[in-house]
Design a protein around this ligand. Structure first.
Ligand code: AHG
Ligand code: MN
Ligand code: MN
Length: 362
């Protein structure tokens, strides 16, 4: 393979940093450590059943705070994130899908001003079937008193709205390994050159097309959907002959990170809405390490991310592992879904003849 002329992730970060002459360089160095963790996870994932976290690995038998059985690779990926980032002096603490409580930086290391929040392996149910999975991360600034005192972090320190994120991104372990990043100035995509072991800039300034004819939702949940979601999907399914006047295509990978990538590449809309399946779980996906980082990326790329009712990045989190309804993607579709949610009392559209003129009512 000839030496590529694409910029490396390092070069991209240095060029981004020139926008902030005062910046210390900590954020860049942290992002490089995060990308190194992703490269390490990519290697293990690529070994499949041959790897130490593969199908032959003994089951952990453990259940995370979400009540989900942890796969060996969930645990291993979490360890990699922790070990690659605990020592560098840039972090005040970390939080992850796989840890009930925030992780404290061990006392032998310096503490820094950032918080790292991550889903070490998203879509891990796809591991056993060799379908794309990924890692999702979000970087927040630690509260000032944490930075000043160097005290242990608490869950409350992480409860910041998505709009406060300093950077967000994901790695996608697909046919190619990619690293997709925003530091608040658009979205850039990097592809791992395995010969160099470097992420190279291949997708500059990613933009989500405003319009789309592709949607993604797990329709096995349709009986639990709220009326606005039902209406939206029904109209998509009705295609050319329905209210939308055009045919739609549907996709469901069951790795949200891979769906987000498809939508960043060619548009589309993804819904994992709030539903009535389990009253204790208002939605399937988690706010801090799934919805917010993907939301920041999508919005930075000109798309829209929402709970269905309000912009995702404006939501004030109430707990570390909070679940939330998530809708994101091409702007016109997300806005339409939001409009359906805002229509009076969020009721099913009544049949005009029955409701308005009460013709057949008692
Ligand atoms: P995780 O593997 O981190 O627990 O997340 C899995 C998530 C998400 O990636 C995906 O969109 C969704 O779960 C799949 O849900 P279904 O099982 O309902 O398809
Ligand atoms: Mn996940
Ligand atoms: Mn996960």
């Amino acid at each position: 393979m000839p030496l590529s002329h694409n910029a490396t992730l390092t070069r991209y970060l240095i060029e981004q940093r020139r926008r902030f002459p005062q910046a210390s360089g900590d954020l860049n160095a942290l992002l490089l450590d995060v990308s190194l963790a992703c490269k390490a996870i990519a290697r293990i994932v690529a070994l499949g059943s041959l790897g130490e976290g593969g199908a032959q690995a003994p089951s952990t038998g453990t259940v995370n705070v979400q009540g989900e059985v942890q796969k060996p690779l969930d645990v291993l990926s979490n360890e990699i994130f922790l070990r690659m980032n605990e020592w560098n002096g840039y972090l005040a603490g970390m939080a992850s899908e796989e840890m009930d409580e925030p992780f404290q930086i061990p006392s032998q290391y310096q503490r820094g001003k950032y918080l790292l929040v991550f889903d070490p392996l998203d879509g891990s149910s796809n591991i056993d079937v060799n379908v794309s999975v990924g890692s999702i991360f979000s970087i927040l600034r630690a509260p000032q008193d944490v930075i000043d005192s160097g005290r242990d972090v608490t869950a409350a320190d992480f409860l910041q709205p998505g709009a406060s994120q300093i950077a967000a991104g994901y790695a996608l372990y697909g046919p190619a390994t990619m690293f997709v990043l925003t530091v608040g100035d658009g979205v850039a995509g990097f592809t791992l050159n395995p010969n160099l072991g470097e992420f190279l800039l291949t997708h500059e300034n990613i933009r989500v097309p405003t319009d789309t004819q592709e949607f993604a939702i797990n329709s096995s949940n349709s009986r639990f959907w709220e009326p606005p979601v039902k209406r939206y999907v029904d109209e998509c399914l009705a295609g050319k002959t329905g209210a939308r006047g055009k045919d739609f295509n549907m996709r469901w990978i069951a790795s949200m990170v891979a769906e987000a990538h498809r939508i960043l590449m060619r548009g589309g809309v993804f819904l994992y809405p709030r539903d009535t399946k389990d009253p204790n779980k208002p939605g399937r996906l988690r706010l801090l390490y799934e919805a917010n980082p993907i939301g920041m990326l999508i919005e930075q790329a000109g798309g829209r991310a929402s709970t269905g009712r309000q912009p995702m990045l404006g939501v004030q989190p109430s707990s570390l592992h909070q679940r939330i309804g998530l809708v994101f993607g091409s702007k016109t579709e997300v806005e339409l879904i939001e409009r359906y949610h805002h229509e009076p009392e969020n009721r099913e559209a009544p049949e005009p003849l029955f409701a308005e003129r009460s013709l057949f009512r008692n």
